[in-house]
Design a protein around this ligand. Structure first.
Ligand SMILES: *Cc1c(COP(=O)(O)O)cnc(C)c1O
Length: 442
């Protein structure tokens, strides 16, 4: 609670370096036990300055949400209750809460109610779960049992993706044994059409909310073409799927409901604590066939949810509680309002900075992400200037941003996905950046 209460007063960036943290933390492991209160007090003292202020309303780095009070408290309860949410039998309430949370999520995100789902550790594992289902379905259609025979000798699966995909897609492809050389990266729709052929099992990977620009693929155009060619369509919608909760931004996801699987996160825009992603799969049988496991020593439920049938992990925390609590705290309107507010703040920051002397707009926010860069007054090295300004802003402790390389040049990213970010935070951030630019121009 002290940490949260101090967010407005402490620097947003971490101020302790690795050497200092090691000096305090890498002590001799004690032989004898230590009182739990003291262990915790020592830990809090030792990490001082090494906790990044990512819970702050002035944190705009990467894509990192905050934690809603009810979601945070529910997560603490999940740890205290300490049920293993792998079977109904090992955590009955956790299983029922996941059942309910899954239905609420499908509803609020505009996904088909018949879709199956899994609450996984993040969008990365949501991709792995979804693409394991895709692999099953595409190969089963060709008479190949991939769970039994593996990929040795199987008909090769081709993967078509936009060239703006997130790196978690590449990792899922690697982990599932597809091999990155089987991925074709496309840049336009004409290429997309000629790349589709019905004779090769194909997975099409689309993007809802690009990490830098917030861009959405045109689902209504692309998905019917892909489905006609018999492809499995998966959407990386780590944060972009939440636009569906807002009447103002929902149109960006038009046609997305026609896909076969969707991956998103709770720990980003819904503002649950970390360790919370969601996979949704339109074909529950393919999902179950890829993941389910039965063992003699387990106790399986006939009329309730055994998470092990849907999740790639075995023992797991009851991560459904924080999702359930977040959705109840906000309600349907609150989720829409959170989305709208973050998008409005992102726009104010991006446009506000772009208006400052020496700044240049690179991409206006489509939703809650935008990018711009800083021009070298000497006209020589804009990349270096951009990285220098980002570092200078972060050094003030007033706000925190990260950079990216976009179309070959360095840019500064703005990502707003914290319920805490207020108009006052936006103004404080703009004042800080104005000060940094003034100081750096002299
Ligand atoms: C964050 C992100 C991911 C990975 O999600 P994790 O929850 O970190 O596993 C995938 N795709 C996009 C677009 C993201 O922003």
């Amino acid at each position: 609670m002290a940490h949260l209460d101090g967010l407005d007063h402490r620097p947003v960036d971490a101020i302790a370096d690795a050497a200092t943290l090691r000096l305090r933390l890498a002590i001799q492991l004690n032989d004898e036990n230590i009182e739990p209160d003291r262990v915790i007090k020592d830990l809090v003292d030792a990490v001082d300055g090494g906790i990044l202020g990512s819970a702050s309303g002035r944190f705009f780095g990467w894509v990192i949400g905050g934690a809603l009070p009810a979601a945070l408290a529910a997560d603490w309860l999940a740890a205290a209750w300490d049920n293993n949410a792998t079977l109904y039998a090992s955590g009955p309430a956790a299983a029922v809460v996941e059942e309910v949370a899954g239905a609420w999520l499908k509803d609020i995100l505009g996904l088909p109610q018949h879709a199956s789902f899994a609450l996984v550790s993040g969008c990365q594992m949501a991709h792995v779960t979804s693409l394991a289902a895709a692999r099953h379905a595409l190969l089963a259609k060709r008479g190949w049992d991939v769970e039994e025979k593996g990929l040795y000798g199987a008909p090769p699966i081709r993967i078509i993706s936009s060239n703006q995909r997130h790196g978690s897609i590449d990792r899922a492809v690697r982990l599932l044994g597809f091999g990155s050389s089987h991925v074709t990266y496309l840049t336009d729709i004409a290429e997309f059409e000629s790349a589709l052929d019905t004779s090769t099992p194909t997975i099409v990977l689309l993007q809802a909310g690009d990490i830098n620009t917030g861009y959405f693929d045109s689902f209504a155009t692309l998905i019917p073409k892909a489905k006609q060619a018999g492809a499995w369509v998966h959407i990386d919608a780590a944060f972009g799927l939440w636009a569906a909760a807002s009447p103002r931004y929902r149109h960006l996801l038009g046609g997305a409901e026609l896909a076969d699987s969707w991956a998103t996160d709770g720990h980003k825009w819904l503002n649950t604590p970390f360790d919370c992603g969601y996979a949704f799969i339109a074909d529950p049988e393919a999902h179950r066939a890829a993941v389910s496991h039965r063992a003699a020593y387990l106790t399986h439920a006939d009329d309730a949810r055994d998470q092990i049938d849907w999740n790639p992990d075995w023992s797991r925390r009851a991560r459904g509680f924080s999702t359930y609590a977040a959705l109840r705290q906000l309600g349907r309107k609150g989720v829409a309002d959170l989305v709208d507010r973050c998008c409005a703040h992102a726009r104010s920051i991006v446009m506000g900075i772009s208006d400052m002397p020496g700044a240049e707009l690179v991409s206006e926010p489509v939703i809650n992400q935008g990018i711009f860069r800083f021009l070298d007054p000497a006209g020589i090295d804009h990349d270096r200037r951009t990285d220098q300004i980002i570092a200078a802003i972060n050094r003030t402790g007033e706000a925190f941003f990260t950079g990216t390389t976009w179309k070959g040049f360095r840019a500064m990213r703005v990502s707003v996905c914290n319920w805490r970010t207020s108009q006052a935070d936006v103004e404080r951030t703009l004042d800080c950046i104005k000060g940094v630019l003034e100081c750096q121009s002299t």
